[in-house]
Design a protein around this ligand. Structure first.
Ligand code: HEM
Length: 133
């Protein structure tokens, strides 16, 4: 479960971008120079699907150990709630699968609709499950 939660964070992290940054001097990023006083939106979800860092990055693989993902940001503003969020994720998914082991998607994956700009969220997540104890 710990590596699965890390992979969920990498593959479909809930924050598309970090807070806007502001450059105090020109900086080169990937061969592009961002000028002084530029506004920078760091695309966390895009970076998390970078094949240069995560082999076969567009594939969800809960058996991989996706170290270095940016779902919680990076550096001085790294998410202070990351340990709590990880713990909640592990507890919630473990409890859900224990209670409803047969739970599965109730539509085609391609029919899922996403919304949000800074936050990445589903309009709805239809699932099938049995309420039998
Ligand atoms: C899955 C859940 C969460 C995700 C994906 C997430 C993601 C992030 C990201 C990406 C940042 C950095 C933003 C930036 O650099 O501009 C951040 C910062 C922050 N997060 Fe979270 N977060 C989560 C849960 C939480 C929780 C549970 C708490 C508090 C209990 C929390 C509190 C904070 C705070 C206070 C900051 C600002 C830290 C700073 O600016 O120094 N987060 N979070």
């Amino acid at each position: 479960m710990p590596s699965a939660v890390e992979e969920f964070l990498r593959y479909e992290g809930p924050l598309n971008t970090a807070s806007l940054r502001y450059t105090t001097e020109p900086i080169d990023v990937g061969g592009v120079t961002i000028p002084r006083h530029g506004l920078v939106a760091v695309a966390l979800t895009s970076a998390n699907r970078d094949d240069a860092h995560f082999p076969d990055a567009t594939r969800l693989d809960i058996t991989r150990t996706p170290t270095g993902h940016l779902a919680f940001g990076h550096g001085i503003h790294y998410c202070v709630g990351a340990p709590l969020a990880r713990l909640e994720g592990r507890i919630a998914f473990t409890a859900l699968l224990d209670r409803f082991p047969e739970i599965h998607l109730a539509c085609d994956e391609g029919d899922l609709r996403w919304r949000g700009t800074m936050f990445r969220e589903l309009q709805a997540l239809p699932v099938w499950f049995s309420a039998t104890p």
